[in-house]
Ligand binder design. Structure first.
Ligand SMILES: CCCCCCCCCCCCCC(=O)SCCNC(=O)CCNC(=O)[C@H](O)C(C)(C)COP(=O)(O)OP(=O)(O)OC[C@H]1O[C@@H](n2cnc3c(N)ncnc32)[C@H](O)[C@@H]1OP(=O)(O)O
Length: 296
């Protein structure tokens, strides 16, 4: 299979069974959801080539359709609403008659899902630590991971743009002067509606960043709130990407924590976004005076 580049120039999303992504150091690669960039019916694949009636597909595109010999190899087929004839298809969404499938046309706003799911492997100074496994003491140098093993299109409520599938264990405080990079979440963006645009929503990315920076701030200083968040979106994030977010404490000034992060693709080759955040440690007397409990 030749390398594919999306119309946006994103040379990404290569997780086809025959197109396994390079391993990310210390991140188990096996649970990554394979999907077929060649599948004409996969709405979640930014690189998918879709079947348009009466328009021949360029070879060597293979179809995940009844007549497609590759169909059993395409794990997305069971989830594909566009493939009613596929032997393995589950008609999840009835197709709309007389509506042609047109590539690259946004139909509804993108609502990517951040699935922060599962524990990762044992800790090492360089290995991610899952927030969802029982927390080992967090060393200043231990990356944390808000991690996911890319569950394939698990049913997600359209109302839950952020799926936090497991409770977060209490975190050990980090030193206020923790060095950089203690935090590396890996998050898949998946579509929750067929035919959503193929790029992750900027607001969802902001949520990911806010949550990640907030989690780091929480680890450093306990209860915090976001006072300021500034994001530079540098390159679009295709849906179904796996991302690496590297967050770091820049400095701490009293109750103020200045944090930064870089959001990379899984290979660490594309920098998708850079952000800085100011988090304010909660002041219990102030909070009590306000009569609120707004902290995280
Ligand atoms: C799987 C895993 C999942 C994990 C999930 C869990 C993770 C959870 C993570 C969740 C993460 C998500 C978290 C969320 O989403 S939190 C929700 C979003 N944030 C808020 O709602 C915050 C609303 N704002 C406030 O509550 C107050 O304004 C705060 C608390 C921020 C400050 O009011 P407070 O009365 O307490 O303090 P202060 O006014 O004396 O200010 C103190 C100092 O700060 C400086 N300052 C203040 N604001 C700004 C500003 N905008 N730019 C620059 N500087 C600012 C200020 O000049 C002063 O500096 P200095 O004079 O001392 O030098």
């Amino acid at each position: 299979m030749s390398p594919v580049v999306s119309p946006l120039g994103v040379p990404n999303v290569p997780w086809c069974p025959s197109h396994i992504p390079p391993a990310v150091p210390n991140v188990p690669s096996e649970p990554i959801v394979p999907f077929c960039p060649q599948c004409p019916c996969v709405p979640c694949c930014p690189l998918a080539v879709r079947a348009v009636p009466n328009v021949p597909l360029p070879s060597p595109v293979s179809l995940c359709c009844p007549c497609c010999p590759h169909c059993p190899q395409c794990p997305q087929c069971p989830h594909c609403p566009r493939c009613p004839h596929c032997p393995c298809a589950v008609p999840a969404v009835p197709s709309v008659p007389n509506v042609p499938i047109v590539p690259d046309v946004p139909i509804v706003p993108s609502v990517p899902v951040l699935s922060l799911l599962s524990p990762l492997s044992p800790l090492s100074p360089l290995s991610p630590v899952s927030l969802l496994s029982p927390m080992s003491p967090v060393s200043p140098m231990s990356p944390l991971s808000l991690m996911s093993p890319m569950s394939p299109m698990s049913p997600v409520s359209p109302m839950s743009p952020l799926s936090l599938m497991s409770p977060v264990s209490p975190m050990s405080p980090l030193s206020p002067m923790s060095p950089v990079s203690p935090f590396v979440p890996i998050v898949p963006f998946v579509p929750i509606v067929p035919d959503v645009p193929r790029l992750a929503h900027g607001g969802a990315i902001a949520t990911l960043i806010d949550t990640s920076l907030g989690t780091l701030a929480l680890a450093v200083a306990g209860r915090v709130v976001t006072a300021n968040l500034s994001i530079d979106y540098l390159a679009p994030v295709p849906l179904r990407s796996v991302l690496l977010l590297e967050a770091f404490l820049q400095r701490r000034q009293g109750r103020k924590l200045f944090l930064g992060c870089d959001l990379w693709d899984a290979e660490g080759t594309t920098l998708h976004a850079k952000a800085t955040g100011l988090f304010i440690q909660q002041d219990p007397p102030k909070e009590a005076a306000r009569g609120g409990d707004s902290g995280r």
